[in-house]
Design a protein around this ligand. Structure first.
Ligand code: DGP
Ligand code: NA
Ligand code: NA
Length: 203
C-alpha cells in the first residue's frame, strides 16, 4: 500500500490559561490523541526548566532567588529564544508541537505586575508564530478552588486575577476559547476538534 501523505510541516499549537486551568494534563492528552491518529506530535512546555536559563527561572518561581521584574521577564523570553531553532526544525520536518504556555504567558504574567505592555511584547518579536492559540478559560476563583496551587511565586488568587485581566487585553478573535470548567473529557474532545479542524493537522 502506497503512503500518499504529503510530507508537510507540523502545526504550532499553543495552550494558554491561568495556573490550575488544566493545561498540562490536556496538553498530554492531546499529544496522545494525535499520535493515535498517526500524526507526529510532541509535548513542549515553557518555561523549559531543563536548561541553564530554565533553572534560573525555576529558582525564581520557587522563591529561592530574587530577580528584578524586567530581568526575569527577559529570562522567560530567552528561554523561548533558546528553543526557537529546534522548534523550527521539528515543525519543518513534520512534527506538530503542542506547547504548554508561550509568549502570551510571558506578556500576561509580567504585565500583571504592572510592566508596560509594549515593553513586555518586544522581546517576543521574531519567535515563531503559533498556528493555533487555545485559551483554557476558567475564573481565578474556580481555579483556586481546585486546590493544588504548588506554592510557587505566582500561585496566589490575587495575582491570578490580574493575570486573567492581562489575558483579556491580549485576547484576539483568532484565539479558540474553551471552557475549562467542563469535565476533563469534554475539554479534551473540544481540543481534539479544534486541532483536527486546523488545515495543517487535519487528516
Ligand atoms: P508552569 O510551569 O506552566 O506552571 O509555569 C510556571 C509559572 O510561571 C506559572 O505561574 C506561569 C508563569 N509563567 C510562565 N511563562 C511565563 C513567562 O514567560 N513570564 C512570566 N512572568 N511568567 C511565566
Ligand atoms: Na504552575
Ligand atoms: Na509551562
Amino acid at each position: 500500500v502506497e503512503d500518499n501523505r504529503v510530507e508537510s510541516r507540523g502545526a504550532l499549537v499553543v495552550l494558554e490559561g491561568l495556573d490550575r486551568s488544566g493545561k498540562s494534563s490536556q496538553c498530554s492528552r492531546l499529544v496522545s490523541f494525535l499520535e493515535r491518529q498517526g500524526i507526529s506530535a510532541e509535548l513542549w512546555r515553557f518555561p523549559d526548566r531543563s536548561t541553564n536559563v530554565g533553572q534560573m527561572i525555576s529558582a525564581y518561581l520557587a522563591n529561592t532567588s530574587q530577580l528584578d521584574d524586567r530581568t526575569i521577564h527577559l529570562l522567560f523570553s530567552a528561554n523561548r529564544w533558546e528553543k526557537r531553532s529546534l522548534m523550527e526544525t521539528k515543525l519543518t520536518t513534520g512534527t506538530t508541537l503542542i506547547v504548554d504556555r508561550y509568549s502570551y504567558s510571558g506578556v500576561a504574567f509580567s504585565s500583571a505586575k504592572g510592566l508596560d505592555l509594549e515593553w513586555c511584547k518586544a522581546p517576543e518579536i521574531g519567535l515563531l508564530a503559533p498556528d493555533v492559540v487555545i485559551y483554557l478559560d476558567i475564573s481565578p476563583e474556580k481555579a483556586a478552588d481546585r486546590g493544588g496551587y504548588g506554592g510557587e511565586r505566582y500561585e496566589k488568587l490575587e495575582f491570578q486575577k490580574k493575570v486573567a485581566e492581562s489575558y483579556k487585553v491580549l485576547y484576539d478573535a483568532s484565539w479558540k476559547v474553551v471552557d475549562a470548567f467542563q469535565s476533563i473529557e469534554d475539554v479534551e474532545k473540544e481540543l481534539q476538534d479544534i486541532v483536527l479542524d486546523n488545515p495543517i493537522t487535519s487528516l
